[in-house]
Design a protein around this ligand. Sequence first.
Ligand code: NAG
Ligand code: NAG
Ligand code: NAG
Ligand code: NAG
Ligand code: NAG
Ligand code: NAG
Ligand code: NAG
Ligand code: NAG
Length: 747
Amino acid sequence: MANFCPHRFSFLLLVVFVIFSTLQTLAAEEDRQVYIVYMGNLVERDQSPSSYHFSMLQEVVDRRFLRQSLLRSYTRSFNGFAAYLTAEEQEKLARHEEVVSVFPSTTYHPQTTRSWDFMGLVQNVHRDPTVESDIIIGVIDTGIWPESESFNDKGYGPPPKKWKGACKGGKNFTCNNKLIGARYYNSHAPIDDSARDRMGHGTHTASTAAGNYVKDASFYGIAEGTARGGVPSARIAAYKVCYPLVGCQEADILAAFDDAIADGVDIITISVGGVTPSQFTNDSMAIGAFHASQNGILVVQSAGNKGAEKKTIASVVPWIFTVAASTTDRGIITKVELGNGSILNGKGINSFSLNRTSYPLVYGEDVSRQCGKQAAQNCMCLEKSLVKGKIVLCNTYTGIIEAYNVGALGSVALSDYITDVSFILPIAASSLHEQDFHVVQSYFGSTKFPKMAILTSESGRDRDAPMVGSFSSRGPNTIMPDILKPDITAPGVEILAAYSPVGSVSSFISDKSSAEYTILSGTSMSCPHAAGAAAYVKSVHPDWSPSAIKSAIMTTAWPMDPTKHKDAEFSYGAGHLNPINATNPGLVYETNEQDYIKLLCNIGYSIESIRKLFNNNSIDCPKQVDATTNDFNYPSMSLQVVNRAPLSASFTRTVTNVGPANSTYTARINKPANFNITVEPGTLSFKQLNEKQSFVVTVKGDRITSMISASLVWSDGIHSVYIVYMGVIPEEVHSPYNSNKLQERHV
Ligand SMILES: *[C@@H]1O[C@H](CO)[C@@H](O)[C@H](O)[C@H]1NC(C)=O
Ligand SMILES: *[C@@H]1O[C@H](CO)[C@@H](O)[C@H](O)[C@H]1NC(C)=O
Ligand SMILES: *[C@@H]1O[C@H](CO)[C@@H](O)[C@H](O)[C@H]1NC(C)=O
Ligand SMILES: *[C@@H]1O[C@H](CO)[C@@H](O)[C@H](O)[C@H]1NC(C)=O
Ligand SMILES: *[C@@H]1O[C@H](CO)[C@@H](O)[C@H](O)[C@H]1NC(C)=O
Ligand SMILES: *[C@@H]1O[C@H](CO)[C@@H](O)[C@H](O)[C@H]1NC(C)=O
Ligand SMILES: *[C@@H]1O[C@H](CO)[C@@H](O)[C@H](O)[C@H]1NC(C)=O
Ligand SMILES: *[C@@H]1O[C@H](CO)[C@@H](O)[C@H](O)[C@H]1NC(C)=O
């Protein structure tokens, strides 16, 4: 990764310089950083919100810094601002009576899994670690490529009347009747003053959610077919918050929510996430989504790509729809053919066909400069002159990039990174599972002139699908342990969608190949599928609330196979989305403002904070605070067991009839033998549309020592309303929730 092209390199330096100089001015005497000062719902007053924010700053910030301090005012959909503050100043502001919370603006990232990300983190001998850490933070972007065929507006009328947004995409950026709005927020990347997508990620996700039909789309002939989004006729508004090097700043993300809500969007899809979960009022994503849901907008977020490490899900609040990523029945493989005729299946996507021709196969160890044996076997010190025209065998996946760097013809490596995904590779290459890799090694040792051909990548049928990707972040939820996360899984492995022609297809900066459609993997890719499904449900039921749409998708999900997933519901939530059935769920679990107030009371928020959040001083907490979220009307049920007493818990839920007026549902429970679940009443009879009925689920059993799952299905013979119940062992969750005073009262 050392050989940046000179042009790109100078661009990167310039960005760093600009940021430095901005920060230096502000940090002249004291250390200042961006804090978000969150103030809940909008308040009516004579003064404009931003001048009010400025006057708040005036009270705490030294006059010399005042002008530069205010970075953003949130004034359209909720109340708050972002400012450069010292630790002392932010503490003063946190005590202001109208402030809900003050927290540092951190960097979020788009959630595509990229093979080369990983490589930056392992031993890469060529790079300067300090420069590298800056570069890793900033390689991902969003925005949109407006000229993409997927956003062609042929046949579209003018934007819907409710649209109050704008096309402010910058110079040389035009919207149309498909892409109806664009804005960008570049507080940390001022030289990139356009909503144009320079990396491809945002173009990919936007076209997955709502791209037009585009016939014969493919990545160099691979995965060929008609590309289209979940709702091809829907409109798109793009809000760019992510930039190379600087990632996605929370202060900018909140600004995008502030605008998107006021602009009048219906669904927000955000394939961006933080590294560690935070409490609601310290998390810009949760805050933005909270106000969106108050305005009838469902926010769909990617679960994250930290699946390799468990309990890493950072999308935790119940008003966000959190999406895991799974495989589809189409998997992409790259076969290799040994000189003796054996053909092996490997992973990898490459546009470079070696045309079935065999080339000499060499082992990394034999074509290296002087270096340690293991490093040589891993292809970490390849000698350029010895690999020309050859296929290099490497003991680790990172070897492929080294083979590319030194100009080898191709590479075959042991798959020791995300082994269930094919990534686009910058040279003809394939990564093999251990067993097949040993076959190659043994073939290599058995002949004097080993040869190999790397065949063109192809789509194959994946009979195991859907399987949750190994990378997809797993629960349990560490902030609200009784809210099951993720909520659902959707396709997120090897997804073909539109791309930015200036983006690098292998996400490798010196790889100059370009494509209008490309194949990416990650929860970033599953998120817009769920958003597309939600938009589809909304198109059939325009009056449904965000919670009803989410419930409909969850309770009609296709059950996943727990025998293939050791984390079961912690990997896939309610199951795999089924957009067609989601339009006709029969019953829905809805949550309204009162439910959220009670939830916040129960998890320990003070009544003062809650009143500020809603800007309503008449709000009160219920007399009895339960300290559990068991009765929150969520379309799944989850319980963290924090002691080793026998299991005993109950959940109350209320369902709303959205199916035939006269209908009768009976409960059916699937559970392991060693505990009992009862549902009271076991039959629900409805006489009217939108009629509500409540029931109580009681769970009893011996103490549990591992995670258990069960399901409850309400069936009227036509609709099956599926809900998941589960228990969690105490050791599995290390949450802030665990260590506070609520613990003793917890079940
Ligand atoms: C929010 O962030 C601030 C500033 O870092 C910190 O003092 C506060 O404890 C955090 N609040 C919660 C609830 O985590
Ligand atoms: C506008 O952007 C497109 C896409 O990058 C480019 O092809 C075109 O030359 C640009 N036009 C101007 C006037 O900059
Ligand atoms: C593959 O075959 C095509 C057509 O015969 C040829 O143009 C191309 O150069 C070949 N590629 C390689 C890597 O040999
Ligand atoms: C090719 O060599 C490998 C490794 O020695 C062996 O497992 C395989 O059976 C051989 N294939 C054929 C067709 O002989
Ligand atoms: C979807 O709905 C149809 C008709 O109501 C039903 O027959 C089918 O079983 C449902 N599919 C799933 C996966 O639940
Ligand atoms: C404020 O809260 C009270 C009590 O929950 C409610 O009755 C009232 O409608 C709320 N007012 C507004 C403006 O939402
Ligand atoms: C529902 O059933 C009641 C009697 O059981 C009947 O009077 C009513 O018309 C039915 N409603 C509908 C919409 O079928
Ligand atoms: C389940 O219920 C049955 C019947 O009431 C009872 O005999 C059994 O002990 C219960 N099992 C547990 C684990 O509570």
